[in-house]
Design a protein around this ligand. Structure first.
Ligand code: SAJ
Length: 417
């Protein structure tokens, strides 16, 4: 079996390398010359544990090569970005998917399989992808197998989850589903879950929408706790002692190219019905403003104006800052002339400074916006360099709060009253 993977990003590249390291001949295709050259030189263009090792192995076995254009193959996997369109509901931008479909069309032959892994709006396979290949003369399910097989891996654990997670195989016909099952059983050890393409699309979106909404519930609870002067973090911890309760963790907002994106695809498909989903997105996107308000209250209590913003990535121990609430908060704080803001993130190159202690030196407040391990146990010497030893830990990760003179969190907010 020979596989073309179109789009060598956070999902496409690990997928390509996983197939290649299971003995499948893989051609990785990307529109970026830089990405192709970097991969051919053995350099992975994304941060992910073990990716350099998997790339080296695949290149050494000659089961993987990267290039700008597709080749004839048995299977074509489309794993390109599907960002939101900046329209009323944030609908799905299919331009990259459509470009990938057009790019592979000349290389397709009867009996081939096309799999869309990109996260797409409900009914995209039925209403757009299927008709595209039918218009090119293929009978879906007989001459061309067509599926949506969404990914569900966690950045930072991608290679493990690609193999161990259950995998949804959403065929346009049952023959397509069976073909997809054969392909993914090359490496999937989790259960292969057979379904239709439309159910596969919406179930993937609902996985992230469920999570986004539950985080919104936790973030709303923080604001209720602020109003009522009740520690929301302790409320959550106790409520979750119930065997069937799992309130998620509040934070400075919701980032990433998944939870902050996918719910809008559902809303765009059924705006009159997706009322709760829209409200959840609004609560999460308003958290940065709430955090900034609390920062100003903390500075009003203790004085000072120098803030060390710790964390720019959208989640702990990775370099991805897409849709990161921390980036939004840092930007808005820097727009306030009275404040001096220095950002530091050990994984994000656009940080203002390259060392934690430099960011903390002479600062009045350490504002933790990301759960990087580096911020859990800040050395006393680094804290000693602060002008005021105050921390506002929006991710509730600091292990020893007594190292600070004052420690705030989303459960211990400055009492506005
Ligand atoms: N977050 C909270 N509170 C929580 C959990 C997360 O505020 O209790 C925040 C994080 O800080 C981050 C954002 O939400 O800013 C998203 O984080 P995440 O841990 O949900 O992870 P993602 O977005 O990297 O990955 C999700 C995963 N989906 C689910 O867990 C249902 C992953 O399995 C998906 O493959 C991925 O989206 C995707 O690509 O769809």
């Amino acid at each position: 079996m020979k596989v073309n993977v179109i789009g060598l990003g956070y999902i496409g590249l690990p997928t390509a390398l996983t197939f290649a390291n299971h003995g499948i001949e893989v051609v990785g295709v990307d529109v970026s010359e830089t990405v192709v050259q970097s991969l051919q030189a053995g350099q992975a263009p994304i941060e992910e544990p073990d990716i350099d090792r998997y790339l080296a192995q695949a290149l050494a076995k000659k089961t993987f090569k990267a290039q700008l254009v597709p080749e004839k193959a048995d299977v074509f996997i489309i794993a390109v970005p599907t960002p939101n369109i900046a329209d009323q509901f944030g609908s799905c931008d299919l331009s990259y998917v459509k470009a990938a479909m057009a790019a592979i069309l000349p290389y397709l032959e009867q009996g081939n399989t096309v799999i869309v892994e990109s996260t797409i709006q409900p009914r995209t396979m039925e209403d757009i992808v299927g008709p595209f290949f039918e218009a090119a003369g293929y009978i879906i399910g007989e001459e061309l197998y067509l599926l949506h097989c969404p990914e569900r891996v966690l950045p930072g654990k991608i290679f493990e989850e690609l193999v161990m997670n259950n995998r949804i195989i959403g065929g346009m016909t049952s023959a397509c589903t069976q073909q997809g099952k054969r392909i993914y059983q090359t490496f999937v050890k989790g259960n292969v879950l057979e379904t239709s393409a439309s159910i596969a699309e919406l179930s993937k979106l609902m996985e992230n929408t469920y999570r986004d909404l539950n985080i919104a519930l936790a973030n709303e609870l923080v604001q209720i706790g602020d109003r009522l002067n009740i520690d929301a973090l302790q409320v959550i911890a106790l409520a979750n002692q119930h065997p069937r309760v799992n309130i998620h963790q509040p934070g400075p907002g919701v980032g990433g190219h998944c939870l902050a994106v996918d719910p809008y695809f559902v809303v765009a498909a059924a705006p009159e019905d997706a009322k709760l989903i829209q409200l959840g997105r609004m609560i999460n996107t308003e958290m940065p403003e709430f955090i900034i308000k609390k920062v100003e209250e903390i500075l009003a209590i203790h004085g000072g104006n120098k803030i060390a913003v710790l964390g720019l990535a959208y989640k702990g121990n990775i370099d991805d800052a897409r849709e990161s609430p921390a980036i939004e908060i840092a930007k808005r704080l820097k727009q306030k002339k009275a404040l001096q803001v220095t950002t530091y993130d050990p994984y994000v190159a656009t940080s203002d400074v390259a060392h934690l202690e430099v960011a903390l030196t002479d600062s009045d407040l350490a504002l933790i916006l990301c759960d990087h391990d580096a911020f859990k146990d800040i050395a006393p010497a680094a804290i000693q360099a602060m002008k005021q030893k105050i921390v506002f830990d929006t991710k509730n990760i600091v292990t020893d709060k007594t190292r600070f003179d004052a420690a705030y969190s989303l459960g211990a907010l400055p009492s506005a009253q």
